[in-house]
Each structure stands twice: as C-alpha cells, then as structure tokens.
Design a protein around this ligand. Structure first.
Ligand SMILES: *[C@@H]1O[C@H](CO)[C@@H](O)[C@H](O)[C@H]1NC(C)=O
Ligand SMILES: *[C@@H]1O[C@H](CO)[C@@H](O)[C@H](O)[C@H]1NC(C)=O
Ligand SMILES: *[C@@H]1O[C@H](CO)[C@@H](O)[C@H](O)[C@H]1NC(C)=O
Ligand SMILES: *[C@@H]1O[C@H](CO)[C@@H](O)[C@H](O)[C@H]1NC(C)=O
Ligand SMILES: *[C@@H]1O[C@H](CO)[C@@H](O)[C@H](O)[C@H]1NC(C)=O
Ligand SMILES: *[C@@H]1O[C@H](CO)[C@@H](O)[C@H](O)[C@H]1NC(C)=O
Ligand SMILES: *[C@@H]1O[C@H](CO)[C@@H](O)[C@H](O)[C@H]1NC(C)=O
Ligand SMILES: *[C@H]1O[C@@H](CO)[C@H](O)[C@@H](O)[C@@H]1NC(C)=O
Length: 904
C-alpha cells in the first residue's frame, strides 16, 4: 500500500538519500546519479503547519531547547532494603523541581533484581500511582509481557550492579568476567517527569550498537544518530544521521558489543531492553547514549550474553516470546501489486509464472479487491463472486494460495444515505469496539474508504468482533492468510475530522492516487539514464511536463512560525507534549497522519500512552481470527507496524520502500535487525514499491530476496509492471535463484523451526557467527542464512563484480562456491573481488555443514514430494554436521515430527 508522503519527509529524505548514494558509490564502477523523488511528492494533505497553525521544532533541532541536565536536581536514594534477588529503595527529588518538559515526580521506587543468571532488572516508577491521575501510565503486563524472576536468588551472575548518591543518584552495570562497564549513569542526573524521562549512559569510544527499532539505516548504528521511535505512516524514510522515524514503533533491545584491549580481539555482547511503549528518542553520541521518553517508567532489562545468539535467545525467551512457526508454503514465492484489477488479471499472473517456469506459491491482492476500500468486503463488480470462487478453487487445487490485504480502519456509513449500510461497522458499534473522543463521541478519522472509525483493542469486545469479522468473511472468500496494513494506526486527517461531516461519506482520500492525472509515476532507479537512455529521456520529459502542469496548484508555502509547547505543572498535555520528539510527520505533530494522542480507549487509556501498540494488537486479534478459521493450523500474517512480541503472531515486510538500489541495500540491515527483535519472517517489496523499477534492479533484487525468509514482489499502483517474467533476463535470473531457494527449503524450514523453539536467528550478520573478527562489526552488504549459507549480492548499479569477505578464512573456516563446489582461496581478512555478472548471485557454503536438500518444483507442495539429497561441505578437519526438521508443514501441534542429525 502506498501512503501519504508528506513534504517534510521528502525534503528530509532527499538530503539523506544523496549522502547514502555517495556512500554506496565508493565501490561502484560507474557513478550512479542522485535520485530525485519528484514522482513521489504529491500528497500534501494540509497546510505546512501543524494542527495548531504553527510548526513545532523537534527538541534535538531546537537551539533554544533546554538541556534538562542543567536545571534538574536529580534524585537521592534512601531506605535501601535488600532481599534475596536484589534490593528496593526510594529515590527522592534532590532539590527544587525543574519541571522542564513535564511535572517532576517527587518520589520514586527503585527495584533492582537479578531475575536470572544472565538477566538483571532495573525498574524505576513513581512511589504513588494515583488512579485519578492517569499521567503515569505504567505499561501493564497483559499488553506487553514482563520478564519475570526465574527462581529466587542469589544468582551467580556475570552482571554486577553498583550505585551511588554522589552527587546524585546514579547506577552502573558491569561485566564481572572482563571488568567492562556496560552501562553507567554516573555524571548525569536522572530526570523523571510525567511527560518526560531522561537517563544517560557513557559508552566506550567507537561503541558497536545495533537494534533500537525499525529504521532504514546501516546495521551498526554509529555514534551520531537520533533514533525516534513513534509508529508513523511514512514510506521508508532513510535515516542516515538524524532519525526520521519509521512506521514501526518497535522498541529496543539494543545490543552492545565491546572488545577487550588484549592482543587477540574477543568480543562480548550484551543486550539492553527498555520496556516502555511511549514515544521516545534515543540519542547516540560519541560519548554515550541518552534515552528520553514522553511517559511511562524506566523498566530496563540487561542481558549478559556474552554472545549475540545468547542475548537474542534470552530476550525472546524472557520478553518477546518465541516467534510463530510458519507453514511450509509461506516460504514459497509471493506475488503482489497494487493495481490487479480483477480475477482474470490475477489468474493471468499465476498462469504466466507457470508458463515462464517461475515458482509461484501465493497471489496477493492490495486494496483493489475491496468494495469502496471497506474491510471484509469484495467489490463484486470487478471481482464477481462466482468467478472468484472458481478461480480460488483452481488456485488451491494447484497447491497455491491467496492472501488479501486488510486495513486497520473501519468505514463509518453515511447516516443520510439509507443504502449505505456496512455490517462490520454496525456490529462493531453495537459492541462498542471503537475508539472515542475525550467526550465519549466516536473518534472519526479518515483512511482509504473515507471517514472511518478505529478498533479499540482495549475494549471488552474488540478482539472478538475482529475474530468474528474474519471468520464471517472467510465464508465468502477462502483466503489463506492476512496482510495487515495501515496499522500505526494511520489516519489521513488530523483529529476527529469526520465528526459532523458524515453526510459527505464516502470521500476520496485527501490526495491524488498514483496514476491519477498529474501523478503518473515517472521515477526510475539510479542509473536508468545511462542503461536505458531512450526510456529515461521520455520519462524525464513526461515528468517535467507533469510538473509544469502541476505547478501553481501547489500553493504558496505557509510562513513558518514556531510553537514550543509549554509546561503547566500538574497538567499533562497529550496533544502537544512539551518535549517534541523528532517525529517524521509534518511539524513533528503526533496527531499528523495518525489517530491523535487524545483519542480514548474503553478503559480510559489515552492513545498517547498506547499509540505504539496498535499494530501489535491488531496482529494478536488477526492471529486469533485465523486460528478460528483454520483450527489447529498456523496463522499466516504479515503486518506493517510491530512491537516487541509481534513475532509470536506474525511476520513483517519492510514497508513502503522505493524502486532504488539504495533500498535494495537497506533491506539487508533491516532484515538483520528484525532477526534481533525476534521477528525472523521478514522480506521487503522486491524490485521496489514506489516508483518504477527497471530490468537490472529487478534482476538483482529478485535474486537477493530469494535468500530472505519472506519472499514477495510488490508494486505500487500505476508503476510499470514488475512481475519476474516481464523481462526475459529477470525471468531467468529469478528461476536460477529460486532453483537454489527451493533446494534449500528444508534447511530454511529447519532454521525457522529452531528459531521458533529456541529463539535462534534465520538471517544472520557475519559478525554474529564470527564475533572475534573486529572488521565485521559493520558488515551488512553480505549476510548468512543460518550458520551455513553466505550470500554476497551485487548491490550497485552497473557492477559485474562484488567485493566480499570470507569470514574465518585462514583461521580454519573453508567456504565453498555454491555453483562449482570449489573451495574459495581467500586469505584472512581479504576482501575479494568476486565475479558476478547480471543474473548471478554469489552464494557460498560454509565448510563443516551438512545441508538437507530437496529438488525444486513450481510449488512447495510439489517440491515436498521430490527426491532428497544431502550436501556435505567438509571442514578443515574433514568433518561436517547438519540437521533436518520435518513435520506436516501446517499444524500448530503436528501429530508427528522428524528430527534428523547428519554427521560426516
Ligand atoms: C513503592 O514502595 C512503597 C514502599 O515499599 C510501597 O508502599 C508502594 O506501593 C510502592 N509503589 C508502587 C507504585 O509500587
Ligand atoms: C491477545 O488477544 C487475546 C484474546 O483477546 C487476549 O486474551 C490477550 O490478552 C491479547 N494479548 C496481548 C498481548 O494483547
Ligand atoms: C552528525 O550528524 C549531523 C547531522 O546530520 C551532521 O551535520 C554532522 O556532520 C555529523 N557529525 C559527524 C562527526 O559526522
Ligand atoms: C481485467 O483487468 C484488465 C486490466 O485492467 C483488463 O484489461 C481486462 O479487460 C479486465 N478483465 C475483465 C474480465 O474485467
Ligand atoms: C484532540 O487532538 C486533536 C489533534 O491534535 C485536536 O485537533 C483536538 O482539538 C483535540 N481534542 C481535544 C478535546 O483536546
Ligand atoms: C569489502 O569491500 C567492499 C567494497 O569496498 C566494502 O563495501 C565492504 O564493506 C567490504 N567488506 C568488509 C566486510 O569490510
Ligand atoms: C497426522 O495427520 C495427518 C493429517 O492431518 C495424517 O494424514 C497422518 O496420517 C497423521 N499421522 C500420524 C502419525 O498420526
Ligand atoms: C529499457 O530497455 C529496453 C530495451 O532493452 C527494455 O525492453 C525495457 O524493458 C527497459 N526498461 C526498463 C524499465 O527496464
């Protein structure tokens, strides 16, 4: 789905984009051109200013912003009481309240507890939680799980906790075995206000830090970055220096790796998880890390590791939960686009894949199939019911599947039009499942169908109503999984804009759709002007003429005046929190392109406190819906906005990316970060979503994504077609890469099973498998699939070779070329030039591995019936081992399973 791309986003991204391209260009044999985003610009939905008529300056950009460290007094700890797992204490404000971005809390409770051998919990909450004062929203365990004490201490932990009161309260966590300080707030003050928390830790020079939520950025985050975490409906903004936040409100954890200074480098990883769902900002700076949130508590978990794998497993086992096991077919290839107009066109796509010998497992529909964009409906004019049933029967008979999109908002009918009935809404309203305004009236925003209401997952009947809606709808259209979109939760207007306006429903989105007059996509990937100068020239001419026609319609830029929300002690301002996070939307307004913070839930909770959880909760509800439709089978869901724990129910796609080489590269670090978060089912819109792709980019990308867990090609409305068969060269490249993927399916499925049962990862960074090689700390242009397969893709336009390292080479690790079976002759640390003409993706097998293989076929169902093979790649010692997991491929609790260990 394509969404509002607001002016501020685009301007910001453009700057970042050119920098990123410069970075990519370093190893580019040709010089890529800097992309323009002209076809991407249309959709200003209102004046430039925020809803109060002024812009807000993000605090980190505001030269007048107060640094809370100066005026705030900090706290003093007292009344320390030890217990078997740690101690509790009271923190009292150590001076006059500063009330810098909220009202200071006078007294706090500190709990320090060793919860397990490798896990330490530090929790700071107000001493008094006044029920009448909702300002201190403490995230309840039923919304986001709380890691708990494994057994009563004392534990022999490698983590040591230290604290002091000099000059004010600070705490530090260190690693006993190495003496390294992992975290220390010494030298800074704790700030704890109703709308603002701040704590800081010094970090070692050139620290390696990863994670911190969904972001389009290199894997290693560096020390000059502000990560803003607030779920936002914005097409994948690139975050080079300052974070322009991403659609997912995912939280931490972050992982720090420190090295000891002895001659042989050895690294130790630890994890830090802040369990807080409020809007927040994490400042990575050369001297350390600063955490700021606009509410909640300091609920920190330190994971000792000392390996990445141990941290990731422990984080999932204690906090996120283990990821859902996926059905076998979901590892087949998925084809989607916005702009498949009818069943015939969908069937043509299926047939064409077969005709070109390209495996296709699942056909998807974007919002085109819906009646007036309403959830749980089918437009029976364009998608007739009988034809649909017949098509889906043929599809299913061929072993294939169908997944439709489902949006997050619900159309509210026009009360003055008796024929405008919509059952899903009516039932929901009867059961009181929608969010309200502070005065109790329905909160009415705007999304694709027009004015809409929004499910309230905290209402008594919300989940059940959603489950019922899914079950009822499945009787009409036999889908096999669900794709959840717009779940930030997005709204095109500010506030309850539909209140009093329902007589005009349905209304068109407040912006032009791609393909509508003046908004034809003419954008192409970097380098298109050199590879396809004729088409590039005509696109550029058409684009200029479109821009000329549109100029004047844009209106004059509003004069900018700045608004700096002020603090009224004792009064919480949810509409304009005094600390302005660097939110990606216009004016940094939290109410822009989302349900506003003052929307109210059935239990009185304000959206301000749970905004980042909507996308998480709709996945839960959808999981229960599919579990009802398919009793005993594993639900298949791909969702857009996620949170800690979403992997338990769903996979994730990388959101609305662009048909650019830059975005193909970023798909790798994005996938690796999701491995850390416990969401191993991940892929991006292959060949690119927004803008037009081209033959070369689509060729490279179809090959790259073949090594991601979730493999889907998806395209925007009105862009040129990009199914793999559109170009012969892409069809061939795709067949070749899928030939490998299908052979590896038993291996990939086994990896997913291990992730599901132990919290291990499927896609892996080189550094995780080779932690003692410091040169791999930022390596994210190559990756591993499990421990045994390494992929070194070409990521640069025009390149016919790629540089890549062979970790462990010269130190006992052998890598074999997948295609030739020949061992690579690489020296330790050597970054080798590998031949990779178009249509060729370098893949290597790690010595010491045994891989179970199965012959490819056009669907996974057929492939599962094909003969097996074993690939043994011997290590230096002449040995190799591997595993295979087999079950029925669909049951939550399979009646029979097989675990095979092979060793040579
Ligand atoms: C803080 O600690 C005090 C003293 O143990 C206790 O009475 C109070 O309930 C605690 N507050 C919270 C919010 O847990
Ligand atoms: C998920 O939904 C179920 C069913 O309504 C509910 O019991 C459970 O608390 C929800 N879990 C979370 C984490 O929201
Ligand atoms: C840090 O980021 C800022 C903002 O993008 C940039 O202006 C500055 O040059 C960067 N500093 C360094 C040392 O890279
Ligand atoms: C289906 O859509 C395609 C593409 O818009 C169109 O060419 C074709 O005529 C349509 N077929 C039917 C049966 O509606
Ligand atoms: C709720 O927030 C919206 C968006 O900021 C604002 O337009 C509206 O006036 C607010 N309503 C109340 C009652 O504060
Ligand atoms: C290998 O070289 C390429 C091209 O210079 C570079 O982009 C890449 O980061 C290098 N790889 C490693 C692991 O250093
Ligand atoms: C397991 O269930 C499948 C179908 O659900 C059935 O075909 C098979 O025979 C069962 N196997 C065992 C060992 O019970
Ligand atoms: C531009 O080149 C021509 C001739 O090689 C191809 O037929 C086109 O498909 C190509 N266009 C794109 C978008 O790749």
């Amino acid at each position: 789905m394509w969404r509002t791309a607001l002016l501020s986003t685009i301007v910001f991204s453009l700057t970042a984009l050119s920098l990123v391209i410069a970075q990519l260009a370093e190893d580019s044999p040709t010089s890529p051109t800097v992309a323009t985003r002209t076809s991407q610009r249309p959709l200003s939905t209102g004046p430039v200013a925020t809803s109060n008529g002024q812009n807000m300056l993000a605090n980190i950009d505001d030269p007048e912003a107060v640094d809370p460290q100066a005026p705030c007094p900090g706290y003093k700890a007292r009344s320390v009481k030890h217990n078997t797992n740690g101690f509790v204490a009271t923190l009292a404000l150590a001076g006059k309240a500063c009330n810098v971005y909220g009202t200071d809390i006078q007294s706090l409770n500190l709990t320090v507890e060793y919860q397990a051998k490798d896990r330490l919990h530090v929790w700071i909450i107000p001493t008094i939680l006044d029920a009448s004062n909702i300002s201190q929203f403490i995230l309840p365990a039923h919304l986001v799980g709380t890691p708990s004490i494994e057994h009563n201490g004392p534990y022999e932990s490698d983590l040591a906790f230290d604290w002091g009161n000099d000059p004010t309260f600070y705490f530090a966590v260190s690693r006993v075995s190495t003496g390294d300080t992992l975290f220390t707030t010494k030298g800074s003050k704790l700030v704890f206000e109703d709308q603002f928390l701040e704590f800081k830790s010094l970090l070692p020079e050139n620290y390696n830090l990863y994670g911190l939520g969904e972001v389009i950025h290199g894997l290693r985050l560096g020390n000059n970055l502000t990560r803003t975490i607030y779920a936002a409906d914005a097409g994948d903004p690139i975050d080079l220096y300052y974070e322009v936040d991403k659609k997912s409100g995912k939280l931490t954890p972050y992982f720090g790796t420190s090295s000891n200074q002895s001659k042989t480098y050895s690294s130790a990883s630890h994890g830090v998880y802040l369990r807080n769902a409020h809007g927040q900002e994490i400042l990575l700076r050369p001297e350390g890390i600063t955490w700021r949130t606009i509410g909640g508590s300091i609920d920190l978990y330190f994971y000792a590791g000392p390996s990445q794998a141990e941290v990731t497993k422990s984080f999932q086992l204690s906090a996120a939960g283990l990821p859902a096991m996926q059905q076998y077919w979901t590892f087949g290839f998925h084809q989607c686009r916005w702009g498949y107009h009818n069943w015939t066109e969908l069937e043509d796509v299926v047939v064409n894949h077969e005709k070109f010998g390209i495996p296709l497992e699942t056909i998807w529909t974007d919002i085109d199939y819906m009646e007036l964009y309403r959830d749980f409906t089918v437009d029976h004019v364009a998608f007739p019911a009988d034809a649909g049933r017949a098509f889906l029967r043929r599809l299913h008979d061929s072993g294939r599947h169908f997944v439709p999109i489902v949006d997050s908002a619900i159309y509210i009918p026009n009360p003055e039009n008796a024929s405008d009935s919509y059952d899903v809404y009516t039932k929901g309203e009867e059961q009181k499942v929608f969010m309200t305004n502070p005065d109790g009236s329905l909160y009415i925003g705007q999304v694709w169908p027009g004015y809409t209401v929004f499910p309230d997952w905290l209402s008594a009947n919300g989940v059940q109503w959603w489950v019922d809606s899914i079950a009822t709808w499945h009787k009409e259209i036999p889908f096999d999984g669900i794709w959840i979109d717009m779940s930030e939760v997005s709204s095109f207007c500010v506030g309850s804009c539909g209140s009093g306006n329902l007589a005009s429903n349905p209304i068109h989105p407040p912006f032009a759709l791609p393909g509508e007059p003046g908004y034809i996509p003419y954008d192409f990937p970097e380098g298109f002007d050199t590879t396809n100068s004729t088409e590039a020239a005509s696109a550029s001419a058409a684009s200029s003429s479109q821009a000329a026609d549109r100029s004047g319609a844009a209106g004059s830029p509003a004069t900018v005046s700045y608004y700096r929300p002020e603090v009224t002690p004792g009064v919480r301002n949810v509409n304009y929190p005094p600390y302005v996070i660097n939110h990606v939307q216009q004016g940094h307004d939290l109410a822009k392109s989302a349900v506003s913070p003052n929307a109210t839930h059935a239990d009185g909770t304000q959206e301000y406190d749970v905004h980042n959880l909507f996308g998480h909760q709709i996945l839960n509800a959808t999981y229960h819906g599919l579990a009802e439709v398919f009793p005993g089978k594993r639900p298949f869901i791909i969702g857009r906005s996620t949170f800690v724990g979403s992997g338990v129910w769903a996979g994730h796609w990388g959101g609305d990316n662009f048909s650019k080489w830059t975005y193909m590269f970023f798909s790798i670090p994005q996938a690796l970060s999701f491995s850390l978060f416990g969401i191993p089912m991940f892929g991006v819109d292959t060949c690119g979503f927004a803008g037009n792709t081209d033959e070369e980019l689509c060729n490279r990308w179809m090959q790259l994504s073949a090594f991601f867990t979730f493999y889907r090609n998806h395209n925007v409305l009105a862009a040129i077609p990009q199914e793999a068969y559109v170009w012969d060269s892409v069809a061939k490249a795709t067949r070749d890469a899928m030939h490998i993927r299908f052979q590896l399916l038993p291996y990939i499925y086994t990896l997913m099973y291990q992730a599901h049962t132990t919290g291990s990862t499927v896609m892996r960074a080189l550094a995780w498998e080779f932690p003692d090689d410091p040169s791999l700390a930022s390596a994210d242009r190559q990756f591993l699939l499990g421990p045994s397969i390494m992929v070194t893709p070409v990521l640069v336009q025009g390149a016919t070779t790629v540089n890549g390292v062979f970790p462990g080479a010269g130190k006992g690790t052998i890598w074999y070329d997948w295609y030739t079976g020949v061992a690579v002759e690489a020296d330790a640390g050597q970054n080798m030039t590998i031949n990779a003409p178009l249509g060729n993706i370098p893949v290597f097998v790690r010595g010491g591995s045994v891989l179970p293989l199965q012959e490819p076929a056009l669907t996974t169902t057929l492939a599962r019936k094909k003969p097996w093979a074993i690939l043994a790649a011997l290590g230096c010692d002449g040995k190799a081992t591997g595993n295979l997991y087999v079950d029925d491929g669909e049951s939550v609790v399979p009646n029979a399973t097989l675990w095979v260990k092979v060793s040579v």
